[in-house]
Design a protein around this ligand. Sequence first.
Ligand code: NAD
Ligand code: UD1
Length: 336
Amino acid sequence: MKETILVTGGAGYIGSHIVVELARAGYAPVVLDNFANSTPAVMSRLQALAGRPVPLVTADVRDAVALRSAFHDHPIAAVVHCAGLKAVGEAEGRPLAYYDVNVGGAIALAEVMGEAGVATLVFSSSATVYGQPDDLPVTEDAALRPHNVYGRTKRVVEDFLRDLAHANANWRIAILRYFNPAGAHSSGMLGEASRGRPNNLVPLLCKIAAGELAEVAIYGGDWPTPDGTGIRDYLHVQDLAEGHVAALSYLAAATGAITLNLGAGSGHSVLEVIAAFEASCGRKITRVMSPRRPGDVACYYADPARAEAILDWRAKRDLGTICADAWRWQKNGGRY
Ligand code: NAD
Ligand code: UD1
């Protein structure tokens, strides 16, 4: 058995997949979550897929007292920090709440890790820190110009983590910039349990194919792309989870802070995603052309070369697999 890893936000969409991949790799994951955007019902699925008990700490990541107890009660060797708020639109109206949870939570966690002598941290950042990139594919050296509150909270945390590693050579930090995580666990037992109407494209297509929503509004058919619709780098959530296992293994023999893109390295347009989803579910997706969504960009996709070289990691699952797995999860109910 390898070390115990604390996964904050481990009951959420991405964290739950990370917990399963950690267990598969021989680690002992511990979940910390306050269920702000998830449910304790995920825990029994995690235990079943992990094939071992997965301890749960029900706590707010900003609560230093609760964090100290977690580090006291479990022999934590490293932390994967996924806990946070992620609704881009909501953040514009609630900036204080987003800075409090996303930045305040990371500060509280880093402080308690320092006290506990735990210096290995993997942080969930987002490609949204780039804003509209000048060049494609996007490398880690691209300018950081996030044009929303959510992205700015991620940039602040990235900055302070790099400062921390600079100030104290004990820290081993991997900052992972996710492109567009999508899909669900191949078992059909884990996935994104959206509350209300989903904002992201693939969860929305699931609800439309299931008859829960009528149609998808395509946000712009006049983008400067080959078919006029927006292009993104969709990354299967299990590939993303495997990237975290690879990052932990890299950090075991590294110091300092490293920043890496996690993306598939290729882009797909909205129309391509709809076509792939239709092929997976065997149903027609009704679509209407709508104006562009404020804050959207035309096209971006990752240059994942640095992650490939440093972590020996690459995305293995294609868009068809993303759609097929998302649809399997939806057919199983799409919720816990
Ligand atoms: P999610 O909402 O499904 O998971 C986040 C988890 O954190 C939830 O279980 C939630 O209950 C928990 N949480 C929220 N506030 C908390 C708090 N104060 N204390 C303890 N737990 C708290 O989101 P996700 O999609 O799994 O995202 C995980 C991380 O990855 C987030 O930091 C998000 O910003 C980042 N990210 C997500 C995407 C994406 O498209 N899903 C893209 C880039 C980055
Ligand atoms: C959104 C967030 C981004 C976040 C990312 C992953 C915004 C402006 N950006 O990015 O910060 O990091 O999710 O969580 O919210 N689309 C439609 N109709 C829809 C929904 C989406 O046409 O109903 C299009 C979008 O215009 C885009 C593509 O589908 O071209 C993907 O959209 P989405 O899944 O929301 O992700 P992003 O816009 O990349």
